[in-house]
Ligand binder design. Sequence first.
Ligand SMILES: [Zn+2]
Length: 252
Amino acid sequence: MGITKTQGIVLKYTNLGEADKILTILTRSKGKIKAIAKGCRKPRSSLLAASEVFAFSEMVLYKGTNLYHVTQAETRETFYNLRKDLLRLSYAVFFVEMADTVSDEEIPSERLFLLLSKALFYLAEGEIPIGLISQAYQLKLMDISGYRPNLSRCVHCGSDDFESYKFDVELGGLICGQCEKSGKNVIRISAGTLETVKLLLNTEISRLNTIKIDNTIFNEIDKLVKKFVETHLEKQFKSLEFLDEIKNNYQE
Ligand SMILES: [Zn+2]
């Protein structure tokens, strides 16, 4: 009960009545919450900007019996640039859908909040290649959600003796030649891919520009990340399917 001041990013909403919305917000201090924004669809509402998807605001929330209410909001970022470019917009929708999937209501994760806000910021800014932001975002999000891939030792026996590298998607890490039998859900990766995945996990999104990746490695990582995310989050992202469709029409 009571009043909370926190930062929040709107993940999605449903309209309510004539002029209200129920927002799903990833907040910095309360985790994911649902909150009513009363009157926010009126053109002169002070909550108008803060009630759009992606909006990043300083919020004052009041906890009622069932739901939170947004009583005040000062919007810091609407990420307006994202709406001018279908490809960027689609990635943003995907990032938000992923954050929604891995977050639980009222379980705070400041790391997830900061990751999403940085990913949206650099996606909108346009200085860092989109594909890199996306791969780093997904890997970091998996790490935060308890699925940090094991990239130094065999996930089965712990050996660090590798002739070549294979990644067991199900077990979530490298698997050595002795342990790898089935070939099921196992992806062969190059040493360069392995090193780059480590870099992506350990580099701040703001500094991704320092990483140079050739196409072969980029594509290997894309395949690995996609399988890894799908397997562990057990979800087909609608936004990702759409993204794959339109990606072919763009040259980065
Ligand atoms: Zn092994």
